[in-house]
Design a protein around this ligand. Structure first.
Ligand code: ADP
Ligand code: MG
Length: 438
């Protein structure tokens, strides 16, 4: 497998993006090597810059700083030895399955006869035999993604890059497709020498890869590397596998930073704005109640994903939120309730709201919003105005999600009110709440 020959080499690579007036490092000072024969996973929470790194490595964009080498040569333009499969593969709806694969070969100047033979062969290998003449609309999501794989592999890339290729599929299709890809890879049925896969799914990464490069956010950076030397097939319930998962959770969840860094600043201020994790309050309450009902003093984070049957990314976001609010402490892959968290889980609905309110009032993002509302006429602002302010720092789609989260949290804590009809955010007067003292 890994024969030590370096394919990809990143030296001090950084990518700066600008949204509105603010420039920020999506990834900063990345150093890594990927060797021939390896299956490497880039693993990390959403927003840590995984897709950015993949685009840099395939040459779809150039880094702001640093150097990217491929086989010892500095990468110039699109990397001809690599191909990439995205989360949802863009197939041409007016072309048949076979034509969709041949298109990629045509683009690389492969003569027609060879094109057809190779497309049919690849479709056969990914299990789409008999569907050559079907059109994308006739296929399930899993089958469409297989066409995507066939198309990416048809050009016989030395380096196959996969960006969350299974995350848009239902559980069964993604499991089946994962198995099929592993088989093609392990049995040497594809000419690809190296696979680089991006995922935020911890189990998926641990099941497939030889090496995990674990990334953290703000700014996106490499925080750890883990070699996986478990033989295939890997069983998700095997003790060695569970130990590995636990180790990865410990790395990903144990990143608490000093309070000023952790809390961040607010929009328009220097320093990194700490945005609220995208979670629903009901899920947070569910998590805290679950922890409080447990008889153990500390709780295995991996166990939580099992209990909830939830995506690891969601569980980590919930824990992140609980930690931000001071409801839990995290360390070494374990989580434990703080006395405040304990009180919260056992309290009445009204008291919970009061505790929540005092906690979110100390977050810079809420201080910022409440300040703006104080200064505004009638102590209220149109939703659009607040969103425009957020858009100075976040891309529009993210700004919209962030605003929804702010409104949900603010409403729950009764710090702000929101009128759906007029799309107006208002300051909630501080009456009748004994504990809600800013
Ligand atoms: P991941 O794939 O790990 O979720 P991305 O590489 O997509 O992360 O994004 C990293 C950060 O950069 C995110 O905050 C994202 O919003 C931001 N970002 C990504 N692409 C752009 C872009 N073209 N312009 C501005 N910001 C971007
Ligand atoms: Mg991504």
């Amino acid at each position: 497998m890994n024969n030590g020959k370096t394919l990809v080499e990143l030296e001090h690579v950084s990518q700066v993006y600008a949204t509105g007036r603010k420039r920020f490092y999506a990834v900063q000072d990345i150093n890594l090597n990927i060797h021939e024969g390896e299956f490497v996973c880039l693993l990390g929470p959403s927003g840590c810059g995984k897709s950015t790194l993949l685009r840099l490595i395939t040459g779809l964009q150039r880094p702001t700083e640093g150097r990217i080498g491929y086989r010892g040569q500095e990468l110039q333009g699109v990397n001809p030895y690599a191909s990439i499969v995205f989360q949802t593969f863009a197939l041409f709806p007016w072309l048949s399955v076979q034509e969709n694969v041949e298109v990629a070969l045509k683009a690389r100047g492969v003569p027609p006869k060879i094109r057809t033979a190779r497309a049919l062969d690849l479709l056969d290998r990914v299990g789409l035999d008999g569907f050559e003449n079907a059109y994308p609309r006739e296929l399930s999501g899993g089958m469409r993604q297989k066409v995507g794989f066939a198309r990416a592999m048809a050009v016989e890339p030395e380096l196959l890059c996969l960006d969350e290729p299974f995350s848009a599929l239902d559980v069964l299709s993604s499991e089946a497709l994962r198995g099929e890809l592993l088989e093609l890879w392990l049995d040497g049925k594809i000419p690809t020498k190296t696979i680089l896969m991006v995922t935020h799914n911890i189990e998926e990464a641990a099941e497939m890869a030889d090496r995990l490069i674990i990334m953290g956010t703000s700014p996106g950076r490499v925080i750890a590397e883990v070699e996986v030397d478990l033989p295939h097939p890997r069983h998700r319930k095997a003790p060695q596998f569970l130990k590995l998962i636990d180790h990865i959770y410990a790395i990903l969840a144990g990143q608490t930073q000093p309070e000023p860094v952790e809390m961040g600043t607010a929009p328009g201020k220097p320093g990194i704005t700490r945005w609220l994790p995208q979670i629903q309050i009901s899920d947070l309450v569910g998590l805290l109640e679950h922890l409080s009902e447990s008889s153990q003093p500390t709780y295995d984070i991996y166990q939580l994903t099992e209990d909830f049957g939830a995506d690891s990314d969601l569980v980590l976001r919930l824990i992140d939120t609980a930690e931000l609010l001071g409801f839990v402490r995290v360390g070494q892959g374990d989580v434990m309730l703080t006395p405040l968290g304990e009180t919260f889980s056992e309290a009445s609905i009204l008291t919970r709201k009061e505790i929540f309110s005092t906690r979110i009032r100390r977050l810079p993002i809420f201080q910022w919003l409440m300040n703006m509302l104080h200064l505004a006429e009638n102590q209220s602002l149109k939703r659009d105005v607040v969103r425009a302010a957020i858009e100075l720092e976040l891309p529009p789609a993210d700004a919209e999600k962030q605003l929804n989260t702010i409104i949900e949290w603010g409403r729950y804590g009764e710090v702000i009110a929101y009128d759906d009809e007029t799309e107006t955010i208002m300051l909630e007067p501080l009456v009748g709440h004994s504990m809600a003292t800013g």
